[in-house]
Design a protein around this ligand. Sequence first.
Ligand SMILES: Cc1cc2nc3c(=O)[nH]c(=O)nc-3n(C[C@H](O)[C@H](O)[C@H](O)COP(=O)(O)OP(=O)(O)OC[C@H]3O[C@@H](n4cnc5c(N)ncnc54)[C@H](O)[C@@H]3O)c2cc1C
Length: 619
Amino acid sequence: MSNLLVNTRDQQFVLFEQLGMESLLEAEEFNGFTKDDLLMVLNEAEKIAVNVIAPTMAEGDKVGCTFEGGVVTVPKCFHEPYKKYTQGGWLCPAASAEVGGQGLPSCVAFAIVETTAAANYAFYMYSSLTLGAANLLDVFGTQKQKDKYMYKLFSGEWGGTMCLTEPGAGSDVGALKTTAKRRPDGTYLITGTKCFISSGDHDLTPNIIHAVLARIEGDPAGTKGISIFVVPKYRVNEDGSPGTANDVATGGIEHKMGIKGSATATLNFGENGECIGELLGKERQGMRIMFQMMNEARLNTGLQGLEMASACFERAVVYARERVQGNNILAGKDPDAKPVTIIHHPDIRRKLMWMKAHVEGLRAMCYYVACCMDKAKVAQNAQEKDKWNGYVELLIPVVKAYTTDKGFLICSMAMDVLGGYGYCSEYPIEQYLRDEKIATIYEGTNGIQAMDLLGRKLRQRDGDNTRALFSDIAGNAAAAKKVPELAASAAILEEAAGACFALADFMVEKTKEDAAMAYLSAAPFLELFGDVVIGNFLLDAARICIDKRDAIYQGKGAVTAEERLDVCRQDTEAAFYSGKVASAKFFAADVLTSVKARCEGIRLCDKSAMEIAQEAFTY
Ligand SMILES: Cc1cc2nc3c(=O)[nH]c(=O)nc-3n(C[C@H](O)[C@H](O)[C@H](O)COP(=O)(O)OP(=O)(O)OC[C@H]3O[C@@H](n4cnc5c(N)ncnc54)[C@H](O)[C@@H]3O)c2cc1C
């Protein structure tokens, strides 16, 4: 039965049957875990998501955050669940035991996040930014900074933030105006305003530790001159308790379309000239250091795309199987035909199949990136480490942008499946749709991600990462071609991947000779890239599933199509495996067939959008 959040069977499939998690458990770093341990953890994550977090979602949206008398409060219903969540160790399952984590592989941590954040993303955000700040201190902090701040962040006792954005510096972080002035004791006076800061102020924790980008007086303009500082809301006493206020004032919170339970604050640092920050790492290394947090946040935002899409899809299936409306089109004009549940209607079937295929493909892609992170961690030599890290780097903008763009469309399509009821707050789809939208905007808009893929990531390591990824895809397509049932889909993938890879080369060249043309097509290119990547994972999954599905059919003596359908109605494993095969075939036919044509469209180098006068857009 669906938990209305995620398909836990598919999570397990991706982890163990597709990505081969068990072999990862042989590495020293993870050999303290067995498959059963991991399944137990995932099961517990499902319980806390369903029983503790999900009940806060609608209430958190209704109540939202408030700002009165300079104080920000989060929905009351968040407080107890947050304690349970952090005390249960859910904030940092992949962190090492030394800092209070469980040392789980990242791909399992991704699955945990998928489940728990799908239950209420606004709630989850408080912990995700806290973890990001904790991880920064873990890698770049001095021992003193770790003792002072880090452990309390990992435990969830205090909150954390990431402060980049300013009113005049959004996508262009280098334009920031916040300054840092050296003090004789080695600390810095911070002055400036940061806006849109998630979890910037709230009453969930007694202290909040901000990671703040600022420019030290006299340092160069642009990103090169940026440093990063640890700025607590309250200074920390000798005994580790929060002390006097650190001149960080909250100017207000935003009234937003979604994630209303997540406080998005404007923070004024040093209005009274008394905001003290500690340098993290070295001077002018701020962007490099912050990139660690931003990369984590980008992957997390990609996961947000998946989480809400998954929850909406699960709801849509349940609804479509219950809602009775209209006669079966196959009944023709039969006057005695009875109305059927809407899942009988071809158009609803197509929508569900589109959502199912995308959700599964996105899940596989997100977990794959986490798996690459794990493989980099256990790599035996630098070359191997570089390879896995290279895949992560290449796929980060794709995970962030493609998953959130498609995630939003999936939520929207789920609303269509529910019809008018989906548009109303009686069902949570409309909230998911609102909560999902921000994911295409923050952590670098999806437009900026597309530019990152084209301008930087495709050619990293001289293009080796891109070449290796497409070579893997070609290998998968060749393997799938040998399976008769998948041969046609594999040929479609092969052609699509070939066209996309050739276009990647073409586009990289264009960035040098005709930047306007190249960047006009950056977003459509990222979409093509994502289509090919998830099409590859779906086909790879189908190849694994076919044998398992057929073994069940064989064991039950099911030969005809009707007998096999009957088996699937009674045997959840047969249903699961046959559903995965269907996802791959559908995706190849519905999405991948258009890849080559879309590549050709981009190669036409149409520049109308750049060439017309601005006045010609409207008048
Ligand atoms: C709810 C919420 C939470 C947030 N949380 C945080 C947080 O915790 N910490 C934080 O620091 N920030 C946070 N942000 C800020 C967020 O990251 C920015 O809003 C985002 O980076 C975009 O900046 P902007 O809003 O100034 O838009 P702009 O940068 O003005 O962009 C407007 C449009 O122009 C495009 N654009 C801009 N520059 C270029 C370019 N050079 N080339 C092509 N297109 C371009 C963008 O893609 C976008 O479509 C949050 C924002 C919101 C709404």
